[in-house]
Design a protein around this ligand. Structure first.
Ligand code: ADP
Ligand code: MG
Length: 485
């Protein structure tokens, strides 16, 4: 039965492929296997053209090919991983349906990337990568950046403290001898506003001014994604896309966490990363958390990152905060902001350097407005919002310790991976209190509990909901909160 059906199907296929239902005597196809496959493919495209909007057709189908057609299935060739992911997700069913209509029965369609792997594309053509510029007036170093590099983001303007010493030193070493140091790839990670972008751009400025490289490529991972999608939509193939990266001596990628959950883009990034790395080009990446904690990052990228050097940036301590404020005040602010005010700000604004800067700008704007020096009392007023949630001396550690003892647990158990209800519930509460009583970001709070950002949000929401519906629960938390306050 099955054989008969198969036979019938293949007869019908051949009949269609030969352009008529008349079959040759020995029932073999009249066309060669290749040309018959091509014929079928062209028919398929004709049908699809009537099913898919024109722009979509041009974007996604015009560069597909028939890679293999052993009759019981069809393999479609796609130019790159990104197109593969997209077409498979959005058009596989349409393709299979149209094909079934032509063939009279359904066969599975799969996809395969047919283009040369990136590594080959990267092989420098003789003399190409390091040719000397023909025009001597042309700057010796090319900077290819999709955003302007901020001129103030230089090493000279970066204040070094315990919190960022290692990251700074690694960046200096990289900038001085790109690709010829122990830090390749270098990965900088830390919460928002702690100086990652500053250091990354600092490397670019240093390399450009000291001509330690010929070509710098700087991208945020969002731009990388956008740029790549644009290339694909313009029907260009990956080769064109790789071109901007091919001659990079140093590749700087800001905020890699945005590649999470974009497997196609990650594949292309992986190709570029591997190719550049194999030619000893320098790579520096920033992330708002340790790469291992970025959910939705492909394991092969992670294992590449594992071969590199990780340097973290921590929130600055009081001394460093004061040093940063002094530096910024001396550069950007008139003398209206005195020492006491700076000391006060440094003591109150603890979470990030960006926030420190923001407060300083607010204060100096106000000083200009009232044409008078700012006093600590006025600074207090201005800072009202910022420090509302800051209870001096209240650390995440104290919250964890207090919550743990309140529920008869050890701090280690409270922050462990277990999901047992009697431990998870107190953990949610402790996270909620951390959010209420400190100005730590959700990311930092999550980290303190060995959780990621989204788990922190989820836990806190849960507590808020329970507090609304259960007065006893609410009272208990308010008591705990008062103890901490
Ligand atoms: P991130 O990229 O980590 O979110 P940024 O690099 O954008 O943070 O830093 C935020 C702001 O703080 C920038 O204006 C930056 O110049 C400044 N900044 C951060 N760290 C320092 C530092 N150690 N010294 C001086 N300025 C700093
Ligand atoms: Mg940044």
């Amino acid at each position: 039965m099955k054989r008969a059906w198969k036979r019938y199907r293949s007869l019908r296929i051949e009949a269609i492929l030969s352009g008529s239902l008349k079959l040759s005597g020995n029932m073999e196809p009249e066309l060669s296997p290749n040309s018959s496959a091509q014929f079928l493919w062209n028919r398929l495209l004709d049908v699809l053209r009537t099913r898919v909007p024109e722009t979509a057709f041009n974007t996604w189908f015009s560069h597909l090919t028939i890679a293999d057609y052993p009759r019981e299935k069809m393999v479609v060739g796609v130019p790159n991983a990104f197109v593969l992911e997209y077409v498979e997700h959005h058009y596989k069913t349409v393709l299979e349906k149209a094909l079934a209509e032509i063939l009279g029965s359904r066969i599975p369609v799969s996809f395969t990337v047919t283009q040369a792997p990136a590594l080959e594309l990267f092989h420098p053509v003789a003399g190409e990568a390091f040719e000397t510029p023909a025009n001597p007036s042309k700057p010796a170093v090319t900077v290819d950046a999709t955003v302007p590099l901020y001129p103030d983001n230089r090493f000279e303007n970066f204040v070094i403290g315990d919190c960022n010493q290692l990251a700074h030193a690694a960046c200096m070493a990289v900038a001085e001898a790109p690709g010829r140091n122990k830090f390749n790839p270098l990965i900088l990670y830390g919460g928002t506003g702690l100086g990652k972008t500053h250091l990354l751009q600092g490397i670019a400025h240093f390399c450009q001014e000291n001509e330690t490289v010929r070509k710098i490529v700087y991208r945020t991972s969002e731009e990388f994604t956008r740029e790549y999608i644009q290339f694909v939509q313009k029907n260009k193939d990956s080769r064109t896309f790789y071109k901007s990266y091919k001659n990079a001596d140093i590749l700087l990628i800001d905020d890699i966490q945005f590649l999470a959950g974009k497997p196609g883009t990650q594949d292309e990034f992986f190709n570029i990363f591997s190719a550049l790395h194999s030619f000893n080009r320098q790579i520096v990446i920033t992330s708002d958390r340790p790469p291992s904690q970025i959910q939705g990052l492909h394991s092969r990228l992670l294992s590449r990152f594992d071969t590199g050097f990780l340097a973290d940036l921590q929130p600055p301590n009081l001394e460093t905060r004061l040093a940063i404020l002094h530096k910024k005040a001396a550069r950007d602010v008139d003398s209206c902001v005195n020492e006491d005010v700076l000391a006060y700000v440094a003591s109150q604004v603890t979470s990030s350097v960006r926030e420190l800067e923001g407060v300083l700008i607010k204060i100096s704007a106000y000083a200009n407005f009232i044409h008078a020096p700012i006093t600590v009392a006025i600074a207090k007023e201005i800072l009202g919002d910022t420090v509302r949630n800051q209870h001096s001396g209240l650390t995440l550690k104290r919250i964890i310790d207090t919550a743990a003892s309140e529920f008869g647990l050890s701090p280690a158990l409270l922050t462990s991976q277990t999901r047992k209800k009697n431990i998870a519930e107190p953990r949610h509460i402790a996270m909620y209190l951390a959010r209420q009583l400190t100005d730590n970001s959700l990311y930092t709070i999550g980290l303190a509990f060995n959780r990621d950002y989204s788990t922190a949000i989820h836990s806190i929401k849960r507590v808020e909901q329970l507090m609304e519906s259960d007065p006893v629960y609410r009272t208990r938390i308010e008591k705990l909160r008062a103890n901490l306050g």
